[in-house]
Write a protein that binds this ligand. Structure first.
Ligand code: HPA
Length: 287
């Protein structure tokens, strides 16, 4: 008999609660371009995904597959270094398993980061883009299938990316004098890159950047009631926008070049989040 994914995420969350006494409300998923944030993290505990019951093991280079408990500044956080992608052949249930576990653990706010190709002609490789919205062209929806117990069947995505958290991201950029782009992230399944004709079509649809992750996690997180923020590292210009052919090597090279900016942005975000949270707990309504 198939065990319900709900039961498994509860098991994984209970297991994680025994690993650390920290009870963060913020979790951050690190994609390409953001792993350097780990150098800013005061680590309490580090666990390989392989050890966490039910967690999928990522197979892509640049994706370590480790979960951390720690502090960024004074803010307690859970950091997921690496994710399971749909293009690796994982079912959507697996791709979103970590996010559902975070929700079961008690996380209320989720920052998703990724590498993406720039479609908007104003974007340059090395820019960072705060997600304002998304377009799901992965050809699959993570909520398809048996209904999750106690969770809505039909999930509103009018504000998939939380306005207040987006403001915190923009504030975080200002602190380190980083100009952040904002825009719509379009998700494809990959793993091939797009054709120039596809990119022209995506531009006409209103997309500013294209990538192969984040959207399933964002949708599952919204179903669980988490607040979501997203940020892309524009590692390359999308197919046909620049003169170059696309390669994973270029993606990794750009990610390496801007790794310090990505790390700073994440650290500033977590610190500001912590400040807002403390103020909210004291009764202020600013987050
Ligand atoms: N297309 C899709 N995914 C990506 C890209 C791209 O150009 N760059 C980084 N991830």
């Amino acid at each position: 008999m198939k065990v319900s994914i709900n039961a498994n995420t509860q098991t994984a969350a209970a297991w994680l609660k025994k690993i650390s006494t920290l009870r963060p409300t913020l979790a951050i998923v690190l994609g390409s371009g953001f792993h350097h944030a780990l150098t800013e993290l005061r680590v309490d505990k580090k666990i390989a995904y392989a050890k966490i019951p039910g967690f999928p093991k990522p197979t892509v280079s640049g994706h370590a597959g480790e979960l951390y408990f720690g502090h960024l500044g004074k803010t307690p956080v859970m950091v997921l270094s690496g994710r399971a992608h749909f293009y690796e052949g994982h079912e959507m249930e697996r791709v979103t398993f970590a996010v559902r576990t975070l929700s079961a653990f008690g996380i209320t706010d989720l920052l998703l980061t990724n590498a993406a190709g720039g479609i908007n002609k104003k974007f340059r490789a090395g820019d960072f883009m705060v997600l304002t919205d998304h377009i799901n062209l992965m050809g699959a929806n993570p909520l398809r299938g048996p209904q999750h117990k106690n969770l809505p069947r039909f999930v509103d995505l009018t504000e998939a990316y939380d306005k207040k958290l987006r403001e915190v991201l923009l504030q975080a950029g200002k602190i380190s004098k980083q100009k952040l782009q904002q825009g719509v992230y379009l998700a494809v399944s990959g793993p091939s890159y797009e054709t120039p004709a596809e990119i022209r079509a995506f531009a006409a649809l209103g997309a500013d950047a294209v990538g192969m992750s984040t959207v399933p996690e964002a949708i599952a997180a919204r179903q669980c009631g988490l607040r979501v923020a997203g940020v892309s590292c524009i590692t390359n210009l999308a197919a046909g926008i620049g003169k170059e052919k696309l390669s994973h090597t270029e993606v990794l090279e750009t990610a390496e070049r801007v790794k310090k900016s990505g790390a700073k942005l994440i650290k500033n975000f977590a610190e500001l989040y912590g400040i807002h949270l403390t103020q909210r707990r004291k009764g202020a309504k600013n987050l």
